[in-house]
Every structure is written in structure tokens, then in C-alpha cells.
Design a binder for this molecule. Structure first.
Ligand SMILES: *Cc1c(COP(=O)(O)O)cnc(C)c1O
Length: 352
């Protein structure tokens, strides 16, 4: 605390990202990165850049990238907004579309950045309890609201909401914006993108950080009705005209255009997830059904907190949230087959 700080800054409780440990002999299963490299075409695109393209400012509107995203998703470029990671896109969404007279609603168990943005922008928010099995029911959200945001699949539980449930939520909440944060949708879920033409209050947010192995590049995007997208552009251009640099734009286009590599990578992660889920169940873990690239699991005989620190001592880093309702769960990102086997092996030793 300093006397130079604004009153608002003094009240903030910032988001704490998962650890990025410096030691390189660790098995890192804590921040849901993809265990496989990005498409080779991404590296080619970066290598083919020359000094001149860096001398100039990047395209402020990421036109080529937005066109590529639009084409892949059956949309028009004016239905797409791109930003510096979906965290930045979401921060803009909160300011542009979710600050209203009525409160913003999100699940009590969901991405822990949501309450941070709500506080930053002084948005009143209400947490809607998820069911005991961590599923999300559309009826749990009030019809009158200042906006709704839900990760699908949910983070950190991995639970998927069906497209029917999302449609019911959009009908119910027809007078406000419903944001579906699809950071993990590519690992077997059904995207809400096809509902965009049907519902002008739907905004879908995706990222290249997980399924496209580009967490280090920082590219995220939102898709929705052009008026929603225009609102995001108005905030962006009142804050930072160039959120995406030349390298990121080129890399992201190459990634979006390599559908075959993307499909193959996602399928590989999904297969590993099912193998790891079965192995954990064998050891006595209750594992939630996951539509994401991580598993959320609890063990009847061993406290998650203890498993977390004992795994860390063995060089295996997973994520533990010391939060109500989930403080006996571990969130384990899906790694390579070898990473997952190492994790299982360590857990077996701890449990026996
Ligand atoms: C990882 C994640 C994000 C942020 O992704 P970036 O594009 O890397 O900023 C957003 N929402 C959820 C639910 C996530 O898990």
C-alpha cells in the first residue's frame, strides 16, 4: 500500500496465474498448456517475417486473422474481434458489455479471473451455485440480469454444458449478453458458434493458448453479433490500438489455417485424457467427466492439499485451489503420455 495508489488499486485482489516454474526437470501439469508443439506452419510463418515487417506498426484491426477465423467458423469478419490472449478479450468484454444497472452473474465455481475483472470495473456480481455434481443449470440464472458469463467446458471442473442448455439460457436471458468462454471447447465439446446468427445476445470467446499450443503467443478472439463486436472495438481503440503484434498475427493465421494438425493434436490430447482418467479411477479417485484438456479429481483417503505438495516434492506440478467446495480436488492438465504416466506413478506411490 502506498499513498500514491488510487483508492481503487488499494482495494484490488489481483488474479494469481498458475506457477511457471524455472526448473526444467519438472513435469508441468498445472496451467493447461498443450503438451505438443504448435503447427510447423506457425514456425514457418514466423521465420518468413523480415525486418521491414517489424519496422512498421502491425495492422491495428488484425484483418487477415479475423478473416481466417471468420472463414473457419462460417462467420463474417465483422462478427470477429481479436485480442492479446482471451484474458485481454474478456477484460474488454467486461467493460464493454457486462457493466449494467443489474448485476453480472457467473457460476460460483468458474474461472477465478471473473471476480477480479468485476472488481476492477466496479461491476456488481452474483455467484450462482453450480449443482452438487458441478453441472450448470440454465434455470439457476435469473431471467433479468446485467449479463452472464460461463466457461464451457467449465474451469476448473471440466464439465460441459450441452448446446440445448446454452440455447435455453439464451432464450431465458434474452435481454442481456451471455458470454460463453470456450477456452477448452476444442477437446470434444460442441461450440455455441452456430447459435450466433440465431441470438444477437451471444458472445463466444476462444483462445489459441490451449488447443493450438500458442499460450506464449497471446492470441484470443470473440465471435458474435456485429454490434457486440463493434462495442469491443470501441473499447480497444480507447485503450490500445495494436493489441496484436506482427509476429502474433502471422502465427495465428498459420495456426487457424492448419486444420489437419489442429484436429490431430486435439484427438491426441482427448485420447490421453481418457487413459489418464481411467488410471486415476483405478487408484480410487473420483474423476469428473471432462470436456477439457485437464481432469478434476478427488480421493476419498488422501487430502488434495497434501497430494498437491507431495507431488510437487517429486517434481510434478499440478493445480490446487484452496477455495470453498473444491479444496479437496486436484486439477491435472493432460501432458504427454510420459508426463501422465509419471504423474500416475507418483500418485500410486503416495496413495499406497
Ligand atoms: C486459459 C483460460 C483463458 C485465458 O486464455 P488466454 O487466451 O491464454 O488469455 C480464459 N478463460 C479460461 C476459462 C481459461 O481457462
Amino acid at each position: 500500500m502506498s499513498r500514491y495508489w488510487s483508492d481503487l488499486v488499494s482495494t484490488l485482489t489481483p488474479y494469481v496465474p498458475g506457477e511457471q516454474p524455472q526448473a526444467d526437470n519438472l513435469v508441468k501439469l498445472n496451467t493447461n498448456e498443450c503438451p505438443y508443439p504448435p503447427s510447423p506452419k506457425v514456425l514457418q510463418a514466423i521465420q518468413s517475417l523480415n525486418g521491414d515487417s517489424l519496422r512498421l506498426y502491425p495492422d491495428p484491426e488484425s484483418v487477415t486473422l479475423r478473416r481466417a477465423i471468420a472463414t473457419r467458423n462460417g462467420l463474417r469478419p465483422d462478427q470477429v474481434f481479436a485480442g492479446n490472449g482471451s484474458d485481454e478479450v474478456l477484460a474488454i468484454v467486461f467493460m464493454a458489455l457486462l457493466k449494467h444497472r443489474l448485476p453480472l452473474y457467473f457460476p460460483d465455481i468458474s474461472y477465478s479471473f471473473y471476480p477480479v475483472w468485476a472488481d476492477l470495473y466496479e461491476i456488481t456480481s452474483v455467484r450462482v451455485p453450480v449443482a452438487d455434481d458441478f453441472s450448470i443449470e440454465p434455470e439457476a440464472f435469473p431471467a433479468e440480469n446485467g449479463g452472464i458469463i460461463i466457461p464451457n467446458p467449465n474451469a476448473p471442473t471440466g464439465r460441459l454444458m450441452s448446446l440445448d442448455a446454452i440455447r435455453a439460457l439464451l432464450r431465458r436471458s434474452a435481454r442481456s449478453v451471455v458470454v460463453i468462454d470456450e477456452a477448452y471447447i476444442d477437446f470434444g465439446g460442441e461450440s455455441a458458434v452456430p447459435l450466433i446468427d440465431e441470438f444477437d445476445n451471444l458472445l463466444v470467446v476462444q483462445t489459441l493458448s490451449k488447443s493450438r499450443s500458442l499460450a506464449g503467443m497471446r492470441v484470443g478472439f470473440a465471435m458474435g453479433n456485429e454490434e457486440l463486436i463493434e462495442a469491443l472495438g470501441r473499447v480497444k481503440n480507447s485503450f490500445n490500438s495494436y493489441p496484436l503484434d506482427v509476429v502474433s498475427q502471422a502465427a495465428a493465421v498459420a495456426s487457424i489455417e492448419d486444420e489437419a494438425y489442429f484436429e490431430q493434436t486435439c484427438q491426441r490430447v482427448i485420447r490421453s485424457r481418457e487413459t489418464l482418467a481411467a488410471a486415476l479411477a483405478q487408484m480410487g479417485f473420483a474423476v469428473l467427466p471432462s470436456g477439457a484438456n485437464f481432469l478434476f479429481a478427488t480421493h476419498a483417503d488422501m487430502a488434495a492439499r497434501e497430494l498437491f505438495s507431495r507431488l510437487r516434492a517429486r517434481g510434478i506440478v499440478v493445480r490446487y485451489f484452496d477455495k470453498p467446495r473444491i479444496d479437496n480436488y486436484l486439477r491435472i492438465s493432460i501432458g504427454t503420455e510420459e508426463d501422465n504416466a509419471a504423474c500416475c506413478c507418483a500418485l500410486k506411490a503416495l496413495i499406497d
